[in-house]
Design a binder for this molecule. Structure first.
Ligand SMILES: Cc1ncc(COP(=O)(O)O)c(C=O)c1O
Length: 390
């Protein structure tokens, strides 16, 4: 668990490091990859051992007998999130973007509206549009640099043709951990407008000190008949390449609709992902996550202190996730100008805020899940790229 170790990921088909030059024009040799949400850390040893056992055996046939895998997921949800999950509620999908696509197919029809609270994780809109559904953007309220709900405004926007709401909880970007009251209000909104509520809780283990995540299923048990929860080991344990995720559905009718799509598309699990997830959802994995979160908290403090010293830049206070959401509006610069300074002058590849939907235009998202020395380096580079504002 040495999160300070600098591990060279270039030339390994790493999306984050090997695609930064084609996408952002920032070369990996001197540049800092702070965009796509994976971490520059090795996963827990339990995951590594599971893979080594597979390669030592050397036969890679079809996976069977998922009892230990399902029990590991149930154990994790019970121990870490106080949520009792029945193994029969769990579907294994090829990641939560895949899970989102399956929900869109299972619970909506072409032309239907799917509600997003924007700015939000960009792949939601991409999947909804690709499936021929409509994205209905309900803007989050930016209340002095902290996102809040604007339910009255959202109520007024609903037309009756919306079928689904995808909630990001904790929220990416912006790092909000929704309170019990906010989750209740979102659940009531879904009820009022007869929406299936898909709660993407992929960041639920990455909650920083001071905040407490509540699973929607326990915050609003009365909406079980319209609730789909998505969670994953991949974000928590840095195994996104395994492309595996959990879609958890307690309601029998929703489950049958989802199962029909899974079966129609011939989806079945990848054995590497199954072994890795089982090994991750373990006491050893839990100890690793605790150490990780403490480390990420340190990175957040270094980043926030450094960014706060640059006039015109404001980083939202992260309650969860390692994805700092920095507002450049105070610089008075157009996006093209502050983006050029970050990419060309500072040599940092960070996600462009506009891709997250309305309200994101003046922001960049920086991935802080990297050794602290790199976070400190990023801060210095930002300070010097915007030195004229001092
Ligand atoms: C909210 C959210 N959902 C889903 C994903 C991606 O999930 P997967 O890699 O399992 O497809 C991300 C990745 O950053 C995310 O932030």
């Amino acid at each position: 668990m040495n999160f300070d170790e600098i591990i060279d990921r270039t030339g390994t088909h790493s999306s984050k490091w090997d695609m930064m030059e084609p996408l952002y024009g920032v070369g990996p040799k001197d540049g800092l990859a702070m965009w796509v949400a994976d971490m520059d850390f090795r996963p827990p040893q339990s995951v590594q051992r599971a893979l080594e056992a597979m390669t030592a055996h050397g036969i890679y046939g079809y996976f069977g007998d998922d009892r230990a895998y399902l029990e590991a997921i149930c154990w994790w949800m019970r121990e870490r999130h106080g949520w009792q999950v029945d193994p029969k509620w769990i579907f294994t999908v090829h990641g939560l973007v895949n899970g989102t696509g399956l929900c869109v197919e299972a619970f909506t029809a072409p032309g239907d509206g799917v509600v997003l609270m924007t700015p939000v994780y960009h792949a939601f809109a991409r999947v909804i549009k690709a499936a021929g559904r409509r994205v209905v953007e309900c803007p989050l309220a930016n209340e002095d640099g902290r996102y809040g709900l604007d339910i009255a405004a959202w109520d007024a926007m609903m037309t009756g043709s919306e079928r689904m709401l995808i909630l990001c909880s904790p929220h990416n970007p912006g790092g909000r951990v929704w309170t019990a009251g906010e989750l209740r209000a979102i659940a009531d909104f879904a009820k009022r407008h007869d929406l299936v509520l898909v709660s993407d809780e992929i960041h639920h283990d990455l909650v920083l000190p001071g905040a407490r995540h509540r699973v929607m299923a326990t915050a609003a048990p009365d909406i079980a008949d319209r609730l789909v929860t998505m969670t994953a080991s991949t974000k928590t344990f840095n195994i996104a390449g395994a492309h595996i995720g959990n879609v958890i559905i307690a309601d029998e009718t929703l489950r049958a609709r989802f199962a029909a799509k899974v079966n129609a598309l011939g989806i079945s699990p990848n054995s590497f992902g199954m072994h890795m997830a089982t090994a991750a959802y373990s006491p050893e994995g839990a100890a690793w996550v605790d150490a990780l979160v403490a480390y990420l908290d340190g990175n957040r403090q270094v980043f926030d202190a450094g960014v706060a010293a640059v006039p015109g830049l404001a980083s939202m206070a992260l309650e969860a996730t390692y994805l700092a959401w920095v507002d450049f509006a105070g610089t008075g610069m157009a996006p093209a100008e502050f983006i050029a300074r970050v990419e060309k002058d500072a040599g940092i590849a960070a996600n462009h805020g506009a891709t997250f939907g309305k309200g994101g235009e003046s922001f960049l998202r920086f991935n802080l899940a990297t050794p602290r020395a790199r976070v400190a380096e990023a801060v210095e580079r930002l300070q010097s790229a915007f030195a004229d504002l001092q």
